[in-house]
Design a protein around this ligand. Structure first.
Ligand code: 5AD
Ligand code: FES
Length: 345
């Protein structure tokens, strides 16, 4: 089948997805990117939504083979931000005009459920924002308490749709369990975000195709397709970093397959390539997630090294990103930028 025909198929199958991910010819790749950009414009318009991230704890109980926050990394200074520090950062993000606050941490089971509940309540009470939680796997009771406290969204990447690789990367954990959590989060009314990492060791194009089909099946509201960056203090510290072009093809194909979802141009992509986020916004992405973690904590949220903007003053990021977005002929979204799937209050 000709590429132009393939790009017009409403529901691509796995073979079709693999075909798009394998494109090598420059002209054909351009056609893929142009199609993704068109689909993005149709479903998302020209607004780019900013989500302000607060990485409030880098403690983590898990052992993901690729992640610098893993429990066994004893070289990383650990921190927990206090409630007041988190609330002040949230106010700062609001003043910057951003209407989604992402509370992110490692899987820190010692950060108390009720403390998080009260942070959610105070933010929602004081500021007109949406809250995304990105705290890893917690108990179903906790998810429910935080939803009732006012949290809007939960971000939990599935990381890889290949159960064998999932179990290798996460030291015996079960992919199905992760999916049970995602389905539960959706069932109690969270908008859910998930996603995969491109370029992890042992991964094939077929695995990436399965990632995109899984995201479709989960009916996610947000899909993050981000590149692997080897992190020195981990077992995968000497592996090869992801290929930027393959990551962009993954994002573009995700846009074509998933259509009405939010797709971020990730910090990891901006870290691998100086203009990675701009490239991402041109091939289907419509979200940027600037980091507002205050100093001195920022440099210790080291999932991978040389994270984009790590040494920057958080103040500078807003204007820098606005300029980048406007230079692309797009606008910064002024609303909460809820799920594109349904209109929520
Ligand atoms: N490279 C890229 N992304 C990573 N993550 C963890 N480690 C790495 C790495 N080395 C991603 C995971 C996790 C998110 C917080 O960061 O997808 O869910
Ligand atoms: Fe942080 Fe540009 S996005 S300085």
């Amino acid at each position: 089948m000709k590429l132009t025909e393939l790009l017009n198929i409403e529901n691509l199958n796995k073979q079709g997805i693999i075909h798009l991910l394998s494109l090598r010819d420059e002209f054909e790749t351009k056609l893929l990117f142009a199609k993704a950009d068109k689909v993005r414009k149709k479903y998302c318009g020209d607004e780019v939504h900013l989500r302000g991230i607060i990485e409030f704890s880098n403690h983590c109980d898990q052992h993901c083979l690729y992640c610098g926050l893993r429990l066994h990394n004893k070289n990383l200074p650990r921190y927990r931000m206090s409630k007041d520090e988190i609330l002040n950062t949230a106010r700062f993000i609001y003043k910057a005009g951003i209407r989604t606050i992402v509370l992110q941490s490692g899987e820190d089971s010692l950060y108390d459920c009720s403390e998080i509940e009260s942070i959610i309540k105070e933010i929602k009470n004081e500021l007109n924002v949406a809250i995304t939680l990105s705290l890893g796997e917690r108990s179903f009771e906790e998810y429910k308490i935080w939803k009732d406290a006012g949290a809007d969204r939960y971000l939990l990447k599935h990381e890889t749709a290949n159960p064998k690789l999932y179990s290798i990367y996460h030291q015996g954990d079960d992919l199905e369990n992760r999916l049970v959590h995602l389905r539960y989060l959706k069932s109690i009314g969270y908008q859910i975000g998930s996603g995969n990492i491109i370029g992890l060791p042992k991964q094939t194009l077929e695995d990436i195709a399965d990632d995109l089909m899984l995201l479709k099946k989960l009916d996610v509201d947000m899909a993050s397709i981000s590149p692997f960056i080897p992190s020195p203090q981990t077992p995968y510290g000497n592996e090869t970093k992801a290929n930027v072009d393959l990551t962009l093809k993954g994002m573009a194909t995700a846009r074509i397959v998933l259509k009405d979802v939010h797709i971020p141009a990730t910090t990891a992509l901006g870290t691998l390539d100086e203009i990675g986020r701009e490239k991402g916004l041109k091939v289907g992405a419509n979200i940027i997630m600037p980091n507002y973690t205050p100093n001195p904590y920022r440099q210790n949220y080291q999932i991978y090294p040389d994270k984009k903007c790590i040494s920057d003053d958080p103040l500078a990021c807003g204007s820098c990103l606005t300029l980048m977005i406007e230079l692309l002929g797009r606008q910064v979204g002024k609303t909460k930028g809820h799920s594109l799937k349904k209109v929520l209050a």
